[in-house]
Structures are given as C-alpha cells and as structure tokens.
Design a protein around this ligand. Structure first.
Ligand code: UD1
Length: 448
C-alpha cells in the first residue's frame, strides 16, 4: 500500500533552513536591471500544498501530488509528517510527491518545527478527525502580527472537542467529532482549512459561515473531494461538509502560485519589462490584474500565457488588502515597491494583518518616501531609489526588496533571504533568465 522510501534531502534542507548559519547568512546581491523580458513558468502554490500535505493524514492510503514546489516550508511540513510516521518520496525534478501516512505512530508535534512555521498548525484538524487527539505547540509569534488560533479552536470546540492549553502546548481530544454550524468572526484561511479537514470525517453536517474563499481553500476542497469527502460551497463564504466514514488515497495537481505570479508581474512593471507567465490561473489573479491595470500596466492573455508589459506613464493608485476576492495581503509589500517609483501619491491600507509594514523601513533606506499612519501607508513616488544594504524581515517583504533593488541605482545587498526561500522557488534563477542581475551569495560572497 505504501512506498517505503524516505527522502534524505528533506532532513538536509530542514537543517539548512532552520539551523544552518550558511543559509541564514546567504544574501542576494542585486544590481539595477531594466526591461526584464522573456517567459517563465510559475510553480505550484505554497499555500495550497501545505494544507494538502496535512490532509493526507486523513487517509491510510497513498496520495500522489504533482507540481509540488521544493520550498523550505514544504520540506518543513514533510518533516513534521515524517516525524509522526508518514512515508514521503519527493522527486524534486519531476515536482511529484508521494505521501502515505498509514497509521501514524504519534499525534504530537515537536516544538522546534511548530515554532518556525505557523502552517504546521494545519495538522490539528486532520489528526482530530482521524485519531481523536492531537497535541501541538502553540504556533510561534510572527513578524507580521500576533496571528492567534482562536478561530481554529472555536471550530474544534463546536465540533465536540475538549481543549487544554498548558506548557505551551494545545492538547485537544474528542470522543468523536460531530457536525456543527460554525461562524468565523473573520474569514481566516487557516481556520477554514483546519475546520474543513476535521469535518470531512465528523458525524453529521458541518456548515462554516463567513468562511475564507481563497483559491487555496478550493484546491484543498478539490483534493478532499477526490479522496471521497462530501463538500459544497468552497470558494464562497458558506461551506457545507457532510461527514463520511473514511477517505481514500488520490492523485492531485497543485494550483499555480498566484502570489509568485503577482510578484513577477510586479517585476515586469517596475523594470519596464515585457514578461510572459506560463502556468497561471487568470481567475485567481483578478484582483492583482485589476490593481496593476489601474497603474497603467498592460496585461493580456496570449498563446503562451499571461503577458505583462508597460506602455506609457504609470499612475499612482489606492489599494486596500482584503480577504479573497479582495486584494491579497501577500502582494501588499511587492506592490508598495512599485508605488515608490510611481510619480504622485499612492495609498495602501492593510486590513488583514496588524503589523505588516516591516518592509517600509527597509524601503526607506533605499530612498523611498513612505509615511505610516495607523494601518495605512502614504507613498510619495520618488525619481530614483539607491542600492543599499537591507534585510528581508519576512517572506513577502523580502520579495518587495528584490523588486526595489532591480529598480534602484547601483547595487543592493539583501540579507536574511531564507525568508524569501520559504516561498519562492529558485527566484534568482527565474529572474536571471529574464535578464536580471542577481546573485545568491553565501557569507564569503561566493555565488552558489
Ligand atoms: C494564510 C496564508 C498567508 C496569508 C494569509 C491571509 C498560508 C500557509 N498562509 O495565513 O500567506 O497572508 O492566509 O491571506 O496559507 N486570525 C485570528 N484568529 C485565528 C486565525 C486568524 O484572529 O484563529 C487573524 C490573523 O491574526 C490575521 C487574519 O485573521 O490577522 C488572517 O489570518 P489567516 O487568514 O488565518 O491567515 P493564515 O491562515 O495564517
């Protein structure tokens, strides 16, 4: 039933990610690069594959996934599942991953990994559904906000769980999950995913109201349905899940990463480039396409994919981050990089996370003119940015710095790029293929 190979490089990558000084010291050196042009392929979505890997706990049979990006966050989730007893084979060249959870030997997650990656909390729902118990460290704090898990817990409580919190762990047990109506006070992506996974094997019907409608939720639902789950309404604010007795193994292709696509679209805009993106879903990109079009960037579907190019002067815009189909908070920092170079006043309001302006101080070091007023940032476009030493404070902030560095005069050194590598597969290689001058260096400045 299960393949019994494991992946040696998983452990290697995890050690590099979390502990390796070399990796933490790695930097990008970026030089001014104009007119990026060419065609690149967008990878599978990080935020879709993480919950899908967690969902594989729900079956003892093997699942086969395609278009899995070899990102450090993916390796982290694999290690969490392997520690519980799952067997994983990851062919990174073919981007296929086989996972068989079988009967897991434990339902307790270790602190070190949980502390680093919030998405690790997504194994809670599947563990409760399949094993009626789970003990997971409280996810660590995060630079972009406090990111509590109260909505996940509200859902588990409604489904009939007992929750204890002590010694930094959340310890949940149930005599058996029972379907319930659950209203989320905010359409949390993670809470919707966790509750949806738990409800697939619950007794009776669960309705999640004010559910998140992100494309990654629909991809998870598609995967669960192929496993035999009974789910309706994914992609809307009301999801209904009728519990089934058991789920089967299945095969699934992960959706393209809309945030990676948005980042490269912004790279075309900021470098006055002309890029074609292969492997995208235009529906998922609607809010990004809408706001980029408002700046006067041209976007059109061509035979090979989505073409993004500039014609004429860019216009300043106002944008507000919102749950899907609103403008994604993960694109806020990359968009702000573009706004710093557009003449006039742009405005960004961040409504999803309370502290997601950490990139602002770094962009200011490069010459950007940005003022923060509560949850808004007022950006006055400048004539030029200048290369500087800056630090990636989180994943998307790091991506924003790369974009600004491409537009800046001279050379920019971006440190702490391990944040970027959590979510962008081979970003420097993809940018280089479009003509960008970017090197990835270890601390001794050797290109790797
Ligand atoms: C996911 C994405 C992340 C994205 C975010 C919002 C993954 C792995 N990560 O994160 O890239 O930026 O959605 O689109 O998919 N909240 C609560 N209580 C909870 C849960 C969340 O108050 O129990 C709050 C958070 O603090 C935050 C807001 O809800 O202010 C949104 O969080 P949520 O949608 O849960 O984001 P994540 O699932 O963590």
């Amino acid at each position: 039933m299960c393949e019994s190979q494991t992946i040696g490089h998983t452990i290697f990558a995890i050690i590099l990610y979390y502990k390796g000084d070399a990796e933490i010291m790695a930097k990008f050196i970026v030089e001014h690069s104009e007119n990026l042009s060419g065609c690149i392929k967008i990878s599978g979505s990080k935020n879709a594959v993480l919950p899908i890997l967690a969902a594989s706990i729900l079956t003892e049979k093997e699942c086969l996934l395609h278009q899995v990006p070899a990102l450090t966050d993916v390796y982290a989730m694999i290690t969490i599942l392997e520690n519980l007893g799952a067997t994983v084979t990851f062919d990174t060249k073919k981007e296929t991953l086989k996972i068989c959870s079988g009967v897991l030997k434990k339902q307790e997650e270790e602190y070190e990994l949980a502390e680093k990656m919030r998405a690790s909390f997504l194994i809670m729902g599947p563990l409760l559904a399949k094993y009626k118990q789970a003990k997971i460290p409280l996810p660590g704090g995060c630079p972009i906000g406090t990111r509590p898990v109260d909505l996940h817990l509200k859902g588990f409580l409604a489904l009939g769980c007992k929750i204890k919190q002590e010694h930094g762990y959340i310890d949940i047990t149930t005599k058996g999950l029972k379907g319930a109506n659950i209203y989320l006070d905010f359409p949390s992506v993670g809470a919707t995913e966790n509750i949806m996974m738990a409800a697939t094997l619950a007794n009776g019907v669960t309705m999640i109201q004010n559910a998140a409608a992100e494309p990654e939720i629909s991809d998870l639902a598609a995967f669960l349905k192929k496993m035999g789950a009974d789910i309706e309404g994914e992609g809307t604010d009301t999801i209904v899940i009728r519990g089934v007795k058991e789920l089967n193994g299945t095969e699934h292709t992960i959706i393209p990463d809309r945030i990676e696509a948005g980042t490269f679209m912004t790279a075309a805009a900021i470098t006055n480039g002309d890029i074609i993106l292969e492997n995208i879903n235009e529906e998922h990109l609607k809010p990004i396409i809408a706001k980029l079009s408002e700046t006067n960037v041209k976007i059109e579907m061509v035979k090979e994919g989505l073409r993004i190019y500039r014609k004429g002067k860019l216009q300043p815009i106002h944008l507000k981050t919102m749950p899907f189909p609103g403008f994604p908070t993960d694109m806020q920092a990359p968009f702000m990089s573009l706004m710093t170079m557009i003449k006039g006043t742009s405005l960004v309001t961040e409504t999803v996370f309370e502290n997601r302006f950490q990139h602002v101080s770094e962009l200011k070091r490069m010459g950007a003119n940005i003022k923060i007023e509560s949850r808004s940032a007022v950006i006055e476009g400048v004539d030029k940015l200048t290369g500087s030493q800056v630090k990636a404070t989180d994943l998307r902030a790091g991506a924003a710095l790369i974009l600004s560095a491409l537009a800046a005069e001279g050379k920019t050194e971006i440190s702490d790029i391990y944040h970027v590598e959590r979510g962008y597969y081979k970003i420097e290689e993809k940018l280089k293929s479009l003509g960008a001058k970017i090197l990835r260096c270890e601390d001794d400045n050797e290109e790797s």
